[in-house]
Ligand binder design. Structure first.
Ligand SMILES: Nc1ncnc2c1ncn2[C@@H]1O[C@H](COP(=O)(O)OP(=O)(O)OP(=O)(O)O)[C@@H](O)[C@H]1O
Ligand SMILES: [Mg+2]
Length: 349
């Protein structure tokens, strides 16, 4: 499905492409604590941990952005909402390290917080994570701003990746209203590649391509899920999701790779294609696998590849990032080429 020529073509094309990323932009903040410096707190008597380094990275939709940037996409346009707070400042600072990212579509709203995962690292051990989230619905005025940014940028985007990270309904960027406008835009312009990913709401998107993992896909197509899903249920779910959404499905299934289903035609007939993962040896860390896969898929599509070729390229990119342990990985063009050479030499291509 992939060839050296196609991979070279994708990597040579993406520097002239623009990809939008609509969704929840998080700050991933690591606090490195040196236990040798522990001090007792005079006030409480508890141990005061001493942070010797703060590492801040764009997370959630930011992971997709990191991956697009590492692959070499020329222009990345996030549409998101962050707070007017210190975390938001750090997030913007981290994004500034990625020259391809244009920050004009990032709304800074004083009434919202910047969603943040803070991970205190006591030596090698991760202590309890501290999460900052918005637990109230996104105000209407902000939703309108998001919709207006979406319409304004639409004609200039070669593709749009949608990442709905927030589980609390309507409390993030992808609200019912935003989804409805997205469906309308996508219906009017079927040539624009839009790929949506959502932990809880993948079944509510319309007219776009979707990228569920197996759990998300099963949950999306049953109103009352059975206690235990059968093999038949699992096989049926992506077909049902394709019909529900009215778009192509990239069903990711860990080490098995991707089952691809095209957008259902008028006759409703659908043929699934298996696009196998590229096997990896040694330890793996699947954190961010899905996001790197999405970035790979979009990069291939904006370069003119078919959806199946794009799924294979997504698998190739994810096979690189899952080998990066303890970090949310990314893949550079050099890593993609090296991985492809290794895969070809091993006969797994
Ligand atoms: N063990 C593995 N070996 C090879 N490739 C893998 C493996 N696990 C995951 N992948 C690659 O990563 C892609 C996404 O994996 P998965 O289905 O686990 O996504 P996900 O659940 O969305 O991940 P995330 O936790 O990042 O949200 C797969 O389609 C495949 O290409
Ligand atoms: Mg995922």
């Amino acid at each position: 499905m992939l060839t050296t020529e196609l991979i070279d073509h994708i990597l040579a094309t993406i520097p002239s492409r623009t990809v939008g990323v609509l969704g929840d932009l998080f700050l991933d903040r690591y606090l490195d604590i040196d236990p040798a410096l522990n001090e007792p707190s005079v006030e409480t008597g508890l141990t005061a941990y001493q942070v010797t380094r703060v590492r801040s990275y764009p997370g959630a939709a930011g992971t997709v952005i990191n991956n697009l940037a590492a692959l070499g996409v020329g222009r990345i346009y996030p549409i998101a909402c962050i707070g007017d707070d210190g975390e938001g400042y750090e997030l913007r600072q981290a994004l500034r390290a990625l020259p391809a990212v244009e920050q004009g579509g990032i709304i800074q709203a004083p009434q919202r917080r910047t969603p943040t995962y803070t991970k205190p690292m006591l030596g090698k051990d991760e202590l309890n994570r501290l999460d900052i989230k918005n637990r109230t619905p996104t105000p209407d005025a902000i939703q309108d701003q998001i919709v207006s940014l979406l319409y304004g940028s639409w004609p200039h985007l070669d593709a749009l990746l949608v990442l709905d990270q927030v589980s609390e309904a309507d409390c993030g960027v992808i609200t019912v209203k935003v989804r409805e406008h997205l469906a309308k835009l996508a219906e009017g312009d079927r040539t624009k590649f839009v790929l949506a990913d959502s932990r809880e709401q993948i079944g509510y998107f319309r007219n776009v391509c979707v990228k569920p993992n197996s759990k998300e896909c099963l949950a999306a197509v049953w109103i009352k899920p059975p206690k235990k899903f059968t093999k038949d249920d699992e096989a049926f779910a992506p077909f049902e999701l394709a019909r529900l959404v009215g778009g192509a499905v990239f069903y990711t299934n860990g080490a098995k790779g991707i089952t691809y289903l095209p957008r259902p035609g008028a006759d409703g007939a659908l043929l699934a294609r298996e696009v196998p993962a590229y096997p990896v040896s040694g330890p793996i860390d699947i954190c961010g696998a899905g996001d790197s896969c999405s970035a790979g898929i979009a990069s291939a599509v904006v370069s003119g590849a078919t959806h199946e070729q794009a799924a294979a390229f997504g698998n190739l990119v994810a096979s690189i990032t899952i080998q990066q342990i303890g970090v949310t990985g990314t893949a550079t063009p050099a890593q993609v080429r090296a991985r492809w050479r290794a895969v070809s030499a091993s006969g797994a291509a």
